[in-house]
Write a protein that binds this ligand. Sequence first.
Ligand SMILES: [Cu+2]
Length: 324
Amino acid sequence: MNTATKLSGFALGLAAMFGGAFGIGHLTGPVAPAAETSHDTTDTDHGAGAAGHGDTGATDAAHLPGGLLVSERGYTFQPVAAPTGEFAFRITGPDGRPVTRYEVAHDKRMHLIVARRDLSGFRHVHPDLADDGTWRVASPLAGPGVWRAFADFTPTGGAALTLGVDVTVPGALATRPLPAPATSATVDGYTVTLAGTPEPGRTSRLTLTVSRDGRPVTDLQPHLGAYGHLVALRQGDLAYLHVHPEGEPGDGRTPAGPAVTFAAEVPSAGAYRLYLDFRHGDTVHTAEFTVLAGDQTAPAPTAPATTTAPTPDAEHGTPGHGHS
Ligand SMILES: [Cu+2]
């Protein structure tokens, strides 16, 4: 009953999204050329054609966080059929063909990040590229649900881009409420503490400190050219932020832990899930945190409706306590 209700609610949401998208397309079709003309009467060829729409989209997209669009600047994220247990996709370029040439960024040509729409199940993996432009990897989609997949890459001759696409894995849908905000997380026997609070619209320093059995870890191993990789996803739309650490292994000033500091800029107030990948003992571990940016006027919306008693973290959700 409960699951069915959630499913039908989700189906309605999808219908509303597609309906909305169709409506927008319908509206902007006839309207866009006129708008272009009023801006720039000397460039009507440009404004009237498909390229005009692409340009308009790119201008708008420049103000968006990454990962919200399946297609941007002519590049499109296209999952393709794959054997069970494998995830495969292509990136098509402005010429409509699969892109086969990529720049290495953070040690890899392609970073594939996945998380369920409820922000659970985060994985960061590195697919292999076939000659025909198909990327393949053992599927990181661990179980049923609606997943968001992010392709973070730099096409040769182009700028860095993060495209996102929804992928549904059939099965019983069990959503998880967003965990309460916390400044400490444990994973695989490690404790990671978080210092700093992201402030909307400006760069904030976030320091993550790793310890094990009460002792600081001072021999973190480089992972993708850094002592830590931090991805932040915004609750609600899964806007994607790849946050870069300050300093890098071997630069003579960056210690191998226990602290790794990141410069993060979140685009808005709201709840974010942070995922820190760090390498120690030849294994990559992922520590997760929920953080609230800016003033919060309401508790996180995915809290179960049946909750009646205040939670221990309720003070984080009241006005004026967004950043202590
Ligand atoms: Cu990666």
